[in-house]
Design a protein around this ligand. Structure first.
Ligand SMILES: [Fe+2]
Ligand SMILES: [Fe+2]
Length: 192
C-alpha cells in the first residue's frame, strides 16, 4: 500500500473512533443521559477541524484533482459520489450545530442528524478504503505518488502539522472519556 493511502487510512481510523463515541453518545441521550452542549460543540470542532478540514481538504484539493488528471471524472463515478458525500456531511453537521438549544424537538433532530452522519461517514470511509483508494493506486504513477506526498506535507503544515493532529487526538480521547463517565454515572443512578 502506498504512503499517501496509509496516511489517509490512519486518519479514517481516528475519525471512525469518534464516530463510535458519537454512536454511544446518541444511545445515552436517547435513554435520558444528556452530554451537554459543550460535548457536542467539541464533537463538531473535531468533525470540522480534523475530518473536514484536515482530511477532506487533502482529498478534495489534492488527491481527487490528481485522480481526475489521470482519467477519473468529477461529475460522475466514484469521485463525484465522494464529493457529494462530503457535502451531505456538511449539511448534517449544520443541523447538529443548530440543534444545541436542547428543546425536545432539537434533541430528536440532533440524534437523527448524528445517526445519519455516522452511518453515511462509516460507509463513505469503507468505500474510500476498499474501492476508491485501490483504484487510485492502479492509475497513479510513482511520480504522482511522490508529488502527492509532498503536497500532503505542505497542506498539513499550513493547517498546523503534528500539533493539530495531536490536538484532535486529545480531543477525540476527551470525547470518549466523557461518554464513558456519563455511561458509568447512568449505571450508578440505575443501581441506586
Ligand atoms: Fe472522503
Ligand atoms: Fe476519506
Amino acid at each position: 500500500m502506498r504512503g499517501t493511502t496509509q496516511r489517509l487510512m490512519a486518519e479514517h481510523e481516528e475519525i471512525n473512533s469518534v464516530l463510535n463515541t458519537l454512536f454511544r453518545a446518541i444511545r445515552l441521550e436517547r435513554s435520558g443521559t444528556f452530554l451537554g452542549a459543550r460535548f457536542w460543540r467539541d464533537a463538531i470542532d473535531f468533525i470540522r477541524g480534523f475530518s473536514d478540514e484536515f482530511h477532506h481538504a487533502k482529498e478534495e484539493n489534492i488527491l481527487f484533482p490528481v485522480y481526475c488528471e489521470n482519467g477519473m471524472q468529477d461529475d460522475y463515478g466514484p469521485v463525484a459520489v465522494m464529493l457529494k458525500d462530503h457535502e451531505n456531511f456538511r449539511s448534517f453537521l449544520k443541523i447538529i450545530e443548530e440543534s444545541l438549544s436542547q428543546g425536545e424537538e432539537d434533541n430528536i433532530k440532533r440524534w437523527q442528524a448524528t445517526g445519519n452522519f455516522i452511518e453515511g461517514l462509516r460507509f463513505h470511509i469503507h468505500k474510500e478504503n476498499n474501492i476508491l483508494y485501490p483504484m487510485g493506486e492502479e492509475i497513479l504513477s510513482r511520480e504522482d505518488e511522490d508529488c502527492l506526498m509532498q503536497m500532503f506535507d505542505l497542506v498539513e503544515e499550513t493547517l498546523g502539522g503534528s500539533s493539530t493532529v495531536e490536538h484532535y487526538r486529545k480531543l477525540a480521547q476527551s470525547l470518549e472519556e466523557r461518554v464513558v463517565q456519563a455511561f458509568d454515572g447512568a449505571l450508578q443512578t440505575e443501581a441506586n
